[in-house]
Design a protein around this ligand. Structure first.
Ligand SMILES: [Zn+2]
Length: 405
């Protein structure tokens, strides 16, 4: 049974999904890829990543080339390798291809798990899968519409039960117009879009019949369990097997850790969090009110006891707890010939000047040159970053004294 026509690459994995080593003839050498007359390498398609592995010339065991990516273009499979193709690789020569077993096994299990989950979701909630992205460790399923948390939870339990029950996975081949009615009725996939005269149907006992050209494991027990990784409306990401177990364990340890911090039981963490968030919001509001009171009080002191440099009033204070806009509301409108320098939340140093000969941005520029901090601003208001508030306030004062001389 061959699915090749003209110079199309014969796809060996169609018939034998467990064939990890094969012989083939080089049909064409491309710039960075090799086309063979047949291959067991799965080319990236249908959301499933491609196989990797290597090729070696039958007559030269030292000629091993790493296959890093495989794709199918116009029915021909191109095996891309790293770097230039050596000159001893010539059309007509026999090669041996070997597939990376671990990656292939992971992709087969991942892909089969997606058949199970998509079948369960469609059968129970009438939601079709429109796309799936199948990676070695994580699978993302795109549904035609939103699924609720309750539905998803139910689907994962059902899918896990099917996996653990050990259902057989088979491939069946039919001519497109000769698919038995009972299979056709439950068939997933779009038959109209199949270009070949022959179709492959992957069946999982009574659960699923899908049109599919991908690679699959032989029994659902090989997959292990499925564990939800992320979920938003119509997009579900999940892990399987050992990765799922690792993810479950790390999440439960996280929840146990969080429960200790919250002084509650692990099962109560989810219900406790909204209360903690609300408490935090209230505390922030109280803090903001207290800051405003503190700011007003400090502002009175600053305004009543200004520094005097060369006869002008300079208001200097550390308001690191306050937002810049609140301080500027108070100190932004200076009388003529006055200067304010203060630290605000950030922390940043702000210079406000109403003195014509002393531009705020000029003071900040000199400060930045001296300290290699970043800053800038206008003639009247300028600001700079600070790592050492007390020291930087002193430096700014020195600059101002120098300029005022
Ligand atoms: Zn499939």
């Amino acid at each position: 049974m061959s699915n090749s026509t003209d110079n199309h690459t014969e796809l060996l994995f169609w018939i034998n999904q467990n064939l990890l080593e094969f012989e083939a003839i080089i049909q064409e050498i491309k710039d960075k890829g090799i086309i063979l007359n047949k291959t067991s390498f799965y080319p990236e398609s249908g959301g499933q990543l491609s196989d990797t592995g290597h090729l070696v010339l039958e007559k030269d065991k030292k000629s091993k080339l790493k296959v890093k990516f495989v794709e199918k273009l116009n029915g021909r499979v191109i095996h891309y390798i790293s770097g230039k193709i050596p000159s001893n690789y010539k059309e007509g020569l026999k090669v041996i291809g070997k597939i990376d077993q671990e990656r292939r096994s992971n992709l087969m299990r991942a892909h089969t798990s997606q058949h199970v989950l998509s079948a369960v979701i469609e059968d129970n909630f009438r939601i079709k899968t429109v796309k799936a992205v199948i990676d070695e460790k994580i699978i993302t399923v795109y549904l035609e519409r939103k699924i609720t948390e309750i539905e998803l939870s139910r689907a994962l339990i059902l899918a896990n039960n099917h996996l653990l029950a050990g259902m057989k996975v088979d491939s069946m081949f039919f001519k497109k117009n000769e698919i038995p009615e009972n299979i056709k009725r439950s068939l997933r996939g779009e038959l109209d879009k199949v270009e070949h005269a022959k179709v492959r149907i992957i069946s999982i006992e009574t659960l699923d019949n899908s049109l599919c050209g991908g690679t699959h494991c032989q029994n659902t027990q090989e997959i292990g369990i499925l564990f939800l990784d992320d979920f938003k409306e119509d997009i579900i990401s999940y892990t399987f097997g050992d990765t799922a177990l690792e993810r479950m364990t790390s999440l439960s340890l996280g929840v146990i850790g969080a429960s200790k911090l919250l002084a509650s039981k692990p099962g109560e963490v989810v219900n406790r969090i909204p209360k903690v968030i609300n408490d935090l919001k209230e505390l922030k509001e109280i803090n903001s009110q207290l800051n405003k009171i503190l700011l007003k009080q400090l502002m009175i002191n600053v305004k009543e006891n200004p520094l005097r440099i060369e006869g002008i009033k300079v208001f200097k204070e550390d308001f690191h707890f306050a937002e810049k806009k609140f301080v500027l509301q108070e100190l932004g409108k200076l009388d003529e010939n006055q200067l304010a320098i203060f630290v605000v939340n950030g922390p940043i140093i702000v210079v406000v000047s109403s003195i014509k000969q002393l531009a705020a941005n000029e003071v900040v520029k000199i400060f930045c040159e001296k300290t290699s901090n970043k800053g800038g601003g206008s003639l009247t208001v300028a600001q700079a970053s600070t790592n050492n508030e007390a020291e930087d306030l002193k430096i700014i004062l020195e600059i101002i004294k120098e300029k005022m001389k």
